[in-house]
Design a protein around this ligand. Structure first.
Ligand SMILES: Cc1cc2nc3c(=O)[nH]c(=O)nc-3n(C[C@H](O)[C@H](O)[C@H](O)COP(=O)(O)OP(=O)(O)OC[C@H]3O[C@@H](n4cnc5c(N)ncnc54)[C@H](O)[C@@H]3O)c2cc1C
Length: 306
């Protein structure tokens, strides 16, 4: 119920304006978002890499509606990738891109050209791109696009969402040599016809999908904060005898940071998904919807005068 209310608020322009202009303490947004500028993203990346973690950077913005906005997003990624290379961070940091942020909703051809430009910049910087997955109406188009990008940029990563009923089959399709596949639960509100609704069913699907990916020849990226699923991931790594460079755990910036460090200290590759940019509102609302306890945390900050 609370999740639906928050997701509805996330879509409301009036609520967005209210929250964006409220005296939100910097610290609250900063818990989940690296900052607004490229330099903020680089600083957080440097700190995380210094702690033995890997990073994937997300320039915030989705549902882009103009060519100019899509091109600005593309240019920001290209600039960021150049700066990661110059800072010697490209070996440990890649980027995550939403196709809707580079124009998929209104000009799929342009979106593909923009995605290709970002992949080319990543390749020349010595790193990779993972294409985030959005709501289920975009799954086929996104997977098709990734298939085309991979012919030129084989390191391009895909994301599969365990809450979708189709995902176990998609995992079988993508569990191939050299394929980087991020497995997450899924962050959008989806109808029962396409997605499991109960947490237990989503978790069971996650385990089935993880089994397919971890037993196959590809490169699984297990994106979850769920303690039970992380433990099963560790178990499967031993079971399937996967070396630390043959898969990775992924978590969001600001969520379970101690667990990120614990896994890294155990010798696992751990990548932190770090969002930055001024379009933080939609991202933050999704994080709140995932975990109602964060609402109290956020409201306290909203009413704080600090
Ligand atoms: C690296 C990464 C990339 C992602 N990319 C995508 C994508 O491309 N497309 C997409 O649809 N979704 C994406 N997601 C989001 C994902 O689908 C889930 O919505 C999100 O990760 C929450 O699910 P969970 O597996 O952490 O488990 P949950 O069932 O949400 O949580 C399990 C437990 O984890 C801890 N926890 C979870 N969230 C929080 C929090 N906010 N604060 C504190 N503790 C918390 C709690 O202990 C909780 O009980 C991504 C997630 C990650 C980590």
């Amino acid at each position: 119920m609370l999740r639906s209310v928050i997701l509805a608020a996330a879509r409301s322009a009036r609520v967005a304006h209210l929250v964006e202009t409220a005296p939100v303490s910097r610290e609250v947004v900063r818990r989940f978002v690296a900052g607004q500028r490229t330099s903020d993203a680089l600083k957080v990346t440097k700190d995380l890499v210094g702690d033995g973690l890997k990073v994937t950077l997300d320039y915030l913005g989705e549902d882009t509606l103009t060519t100019e906005q899509a091109e600005r997003t593309r240019d920001e990624y290209v600039k960021l990738l150049g700066e990661l290379q110059d800072a010697g961070l490209a070996g440990d940091a890649e980027v995550s891109v939403k196709i809707s942020a580079v124009g998929q909703r209104f000009d799929p051809k342009m979106a593909e050209a923009n995605a290709r430009a970002i992949c080319a910049a990543a390749t020349s910087a010595g790193t990779t791109v993972t294409i985030d997955m959005e709501d289920h109406t975009t799954t086929d188009a996104t997977l098709d696009l990734i298939g085309r990008l991979r012919t030129e940029f084989p390191g391009t990563g895909a994301v599969l969402q365990a809450y979708l009923r189709r995902t176990e089959a998609d995992c079988r399709e993508l569990a191939k040599e050299g394929q980087r596949v991020r497995l997450c639960k899924g962050a959008y509100k989806e109808p029962e016809s396409v997605a499991y609704q109960a947490k237990l069913d989503v978790d069971k699907s996650y385990v089935r999908c993880m089994n397919v990916l971890m037993s196959g020849p590809g490169y699984p990226m297990l994106a979850t904060h769920d303690p039970r699923l992380v433990a099963i991931g560790e178990d499967r790594a031993k079971w399937f005898d996967r070396a630390p460079d043959e898969f990775e755990f992924q978590m969001l910036y600001g969520i379970r940071p101690d667990e990120q460090l614990r896994l890294a200290a155990e010798g696992y590759a751990v990548r932190v998904y770090v969002p930055y940019g001024d379009q933080w509102y939609g991202y933050l609302m999704r994080r709140l919807a995932e975990r109602p306890a964060n609402v109290a945390f956020f409201m306290r900050a909203l009413t704080s005068t600090k």
